[in-house]
Every structure is written in structure tokens, then in C-alpha cells.
Design a protein around this ligand. Structure first.
Ligand SMILES: Cc1ncc(COP(=O)(O)O)c(C=O)c1O
Length: 498
């Protein structure tokens, strides 16, 4: 390697052993210097002969490099004699962001990154965000995490390896956009029995989880800037899915009976759809009353709007029988029902489903096809067998008992620690509870304090689009052991203002 510093050229580094030819290294070196502004427009550069001599190389690569730079407009013939950097570079600097960043200040000067022209949608997604960055990924009270260590991974692993070894054509080819038919049949049976959903396999599409189901549903039903109503407070992930689909999202308050349906005509008279979690409101945990369900279905029938029902964790209901899905009450084909295996299996499985009214199933298949993101056929096949052999039902039964015990421990620890000062909501179902903080207490500050103690406490205010009237924390207990729960409640207490 040999470095040379000619009067009018920046430092060049040539590597004779490199696979990149010498003429290309010269070309790259000059081009970078011109783009960076180290070689200014009009500045003279050495003749091919003197540069070749200085570098102790033949003239040919130098001639070739200059020729290429001249052809591309970086160099031009100087008036009189020789070659110089093209004047036109001044008027039309190269549009690369590196050039813009490093043109003026000296090398090594830190510059703020050039603003990137993103879509309004991407900027809104950035602002809305997913989970607050300070919340620990591990430890007590992380949301949406089932008891991963309790999953029968030996059974699952055996099935995966058997199907992976066989590698049948059906798990190697594209297959049906709506998903593996036997899995859709198994889901139709399961939903009919457990959730009173009325459907057959032709109405079921397999997705890579509810999140994809929500986004595809929005793409199916809504045009750019169409309005969709969501619960306030509500599931932030749904908001993201609808923003990503280009929809306008309007919050509608909830009370102890669920979504305040009577507010819809006033707040969003032109809404094209409503997203709800009627079996277990996210995050507050109430069940939507029968009266509200009827009212919502009537509103949808009258206005031609759609209802997206997210039934994300209703397998886990304690103390009372599971509540039937809203979809089962829908006589007018207005409900899109979205479900997931993230809670009853594990989130990384990325498998969920959408039940659509029969007449829009072909359109849903088209939207899925366009997205081109399909759940793994291997996992779909394995899951079918897992369900058919009764492993899923057995696992859900075991987990219901386990979560019941975890929930009891959490409620008891709360009573001991806080007495009546923290009000717990939504302990009848699912894998999380919400606890309202005393009025005036900043839930983000509490969440940050808790994070310093290794505790994941989601601020309730992050589930609101408007400012929250009262702060709180949302605590997942599905993935926490009894010890972690008791210890976590103690640490949470230490995170509250004295
Ligand atoms: C209310 C609700 N809906 C949907 C989802 C998304 O689940 P998935 O992992 O299937 O995308 C979650 C995630 O935990 C959730 O809490």
C-alpha cells in the first residue's frame, strides 16, 4: 500500500493486492474527494503523467480513471491546459446525503442527520410508538407474555421435527392464500364450540398474528383517510395497524359497560368501522354489556359500518363462563372477528386468524395475496396436528389454572401492600390487570421508577389518544412466577411517590 499527497489531490490510498483494479481505486478516490468538497470546482488536478510518476504506477490506469471521471462530468479540460474539477459541480452538487452532510464543515465535524422525507403515515407511526422504550423486556408484569416455560415444547418439537423431515410438497409450495385448510377447519370447530362464533372454514384466513389481521382488515374495509373508531383507552397496537393502513383513528370513551356506543353518531357520524375488544376490554378488562352489543350491531347495520372484534385472550376467564363472541350475534354480516395463538401458545409462533363474512372472503384472500406475508405452512401443519391431538385444549386448561393462581396471588399482594389506595380493574379474565393510581399521580414517572427496579409497568396513559383523566399501570402476570409477582408488587410500591 502506498499513500501519496500531491499538491492538488487529496490523500489517495492504493492497494495493489486488492481485487479492485487500480483505475477503479483512483476513480473512487477522486470522486469521493469531489463529492466531499475536498476538491473544489475549478481546482486543477495533476496531469496523468505526473500522477503516474508520483504513484509509481503505469499511466494507463490514471488515463482510464480520468476518462471515466470526465465522462461522468466530475472533471473537465482546464482553459489553457490540463484537467480540473468541473465547474458545474457548484450548481448541481451530487444529491447524496453524505455529500450534503460533509460539504461545508471540515472533516470530523458532527452534523445533525439530514431530515428524511418520510410519509405522513411513517411519521405518525414513529410518534405513536410501540412500547415505551424504558420498559424492561424481562421480569415481572411484562404485558402480553404467557407462561413460556410451561408450554409443552417437547410435544411441539416432536411434531415440528417430524413434519420438517417429511417436507411434503404442501409445506414447501405457496399453497392457498387463506391458509392450510385442515387448520382452518380445526379453528372453525374450536371457535364454534368455545366462542359461539358462527362460521365455516371458507370464512377463515390464517394470518401471522392479530396484528396482521387488524392491518389487513383495515386494508380490506377502509380507503385512505377513512375514519375508524377505537376504544379510549384502548390497545395501542390496533391504532398502529390502522395508521399503517392509512386510516384516520378516532377515540370513543369506554365506561363500565364497554364502548359508549351512544357517542358514535355525535363523535364520528361518518365512521366506516369500529374496533372493539368486547369480551375483555383492553386494558381495563370489562365485558361489553349485552345492551351495548345490540346497540353497536344496530348502529353498524343502520350506517353500513364494519365492526372489527379483537378476541385476544377470552380463553382465560375466571369465576364466570366464557362470554360468547359478538360475531355470533351478528345477523347482518358486519363483524370481522380477529383472533391469535400468541396468548394460548407463544407470541413468536406468529399465527392468528380472521373470520370474515362469507361474501367478502374472496376479497380478503386478494388483500392477503397482495401483502405476500404468509404464516409458515410448516407451523400451520404442525399446529393442526397439535389441535387435533388435543394438546392445545389440554395446555389451555392447565394455563387457566395456573393464571388463576397467579391472578389470586397478585390481587392478594395488592391488598396487603396497598389496601384501598390502588384500585384493581379487570381481574376476572385474561393475563393482565389495570391498577388506577391516586388522582394526580404521574403514571409515566411511576413506570420509569418501576423500570429502575426491574419491573415492567405499562403506564395506562399510553393507552389513551387524548390526555388521560387518571393515571394507572397495566400489569401482565401471565409470564410471572408467584415469587416474581409478590416481589414485583413490593417493588411497585417502592416506585410510587411517598
Ligand atoms: C388486545 C390485543 N390485540 C392484539 C394483540 C396482537 O397479538 P399478535 O401477537 O397476535 O399480533 C395483542 C397483543 O398482545 C393484544 O393485546
Amino acid at each position: 500500500m502506498r499513500r501519496v499527497r500531491a499538491a492538488l489531490v487529496p490523500a489517495l490510498t492504493l492497494n495493489r493486492r486488492s481485487a479492485t483494479p487500480i483505475y477503479r481505486q483512483l476513480y473512487d478516490g477522486f470522486r469521493a474527494a469531489i463529492i466531499d468538497g475536498r476538491l473544489r470546482p475549478g481546482q486543477k488536478i495533476p496531469s496523468t503523467r505526473s500522477l503516474a510518476e508520483e504513484l509509481n504506477i503505469s499511466r494507463i490506469p490514471v488515463v482510464n480513471a480520468y476518462e471515466q471521471l470526465r465522462t461522468e462530468g466530475y472533471l473537465e479540460a482546464a482553459v489553457g491546459a490540463g484537467t480540473c474539477v468541473a465547474q458545474a459541480i457548484v450548481d448541481e452538487p451530487p444529491r447524496s446525503s453524505t455529500a450534503v452532510r460533509s460539504r461545508k464543515p471540515g472533516r470530523g465535524t458532527k452534523q445533525p442527520p439530514t431530515p428524511v422525507a418520510l410519509s405522513g403515515r411513517a411519521n405518525e407511526l414513529l410518534r405513536t410508538g410501540v412500547s415505551p422504550s424504558w420498559i424492561p423486556r424481562q421480569g415481572a408484569f411484562r404485558m402480553n407474555l404467557p407462561a413460556l416455560d410451561q408450554f409443552p415444547s417437547d410435544v411441539w418439537g416432536r411434531l415440528v421435527s417430524r413434519h420438517a423431515r417429511a417436507m411434503r410438497r404442501s409445506i414447501m409450495a405457496y399453497g392457498d392464500a387463506m391458509g392450510h385448510l385442515p387448520l382452518r377447519e380445526a379453528i372453525a370447530d374450536y371457535l364454534g364450540t368455545i366462542r359461539a362464533v358462527r362460521c365455516d372454514a371458507s370464512q377463515i384466513a390464517i394470518t401471522t398474528g392479530s396484528q396482521q389481521g387488524l392491518q389487513l382488515s383495515a386494508q380490506l374495509l377502509l380507503d385512505e383517510s377513512d375514519e375508524i373508531c377505537v376504544e379510549e383507552p384502548g390497545y395501542p397496537g390496533a391504532r398502529l395497524a390502522f395508521i399503517a393502513a392509512g386510516a384516520r383513528v378516532t377515540p370513543i370513551p369506554v365506561d363500565e359497560e364497554g364502548l359508549c356506543v351512544e357517542n358514535l353518531p355525535r363523535i364520528a357520524p361518518r365512521a366506516r368501522a369500529v374496533y372493539i375488544t368486547p369480551s375483555h376490554q383492553y386494558p381495563l378488562g370489562m365485558v361489553m354489556s349485552a345492551a351495548r352489543r345490540m346497540r353497536l350491531l344496530n348502529w353498524a347495520a343502520a350506517t353500513g359500518a364494519w365492526i372489527i372484534e379483537d378476541d385476544y385472550d377470552s380463553e382465560y376467564r375466571f369465576g364466570s363462563y366464557p362470554i360468547g363472541a359478538l360475531q355470533g350475534m351478528d345477523a347482518d354480516s358486519r363483524v370481522i372477528y380477529v383472533g391469535t395463538f400468541s396468548k394460548v401458545m407463544f407470541p413468536a409462533i406468529r399465527l392468528g386468524y380472521v373470520v370474515v363474512p362469507r361474501h367478502i372472503a374472496p376479497a380478503f384472500a386478494a388483500v392477503l395475496d397482495a401483502a405476500g406475508i404468509f404464516a409458515s405452512p410448516l407451523y400451520q401443519t404442525v399446529l393442526t396436528e397439535f389441535i387435533q391431538q388435543g394438546h392445545l385444549a389440554r395446555h389451555i386448561r392447565r394455563m387457566r389454572m395456573l393464571y388463576m393462581e397467579r391472578r389470586k396471588t397478585l390481587v392478594a399482594a395488592f391488598c396487603t401492600q396497598f389496601g384501598n389506595t390502588l384500585e384493581i380493574l379487570g381481574a376476572d379474565a385474561g393475563m393482565h390487570v389495570a391498577a388506577l393510581l391516586p388522582r394526580g399521580v404521574d403514571d409515566v414517572a411511576v413506570s420509569r421508577n418501576a423500570a429502575r427496579q426491574g419491573i415492567a409497568a405499562l403506564p395506562l396513559s399510553t393507552c389513551y389518544m387524548n390526555p388521560a383523566e387518571r393515571g394507572g399501570v397495566v400489569l401482565g402476570y401471565g409470564g410471572a412466577t408467584l415469587h416474581q409477582i409478590r416481589d414485583g408488587v413490593r417493588r411497585l410500591a417502592a416506585s410510587l411517590p411517598k
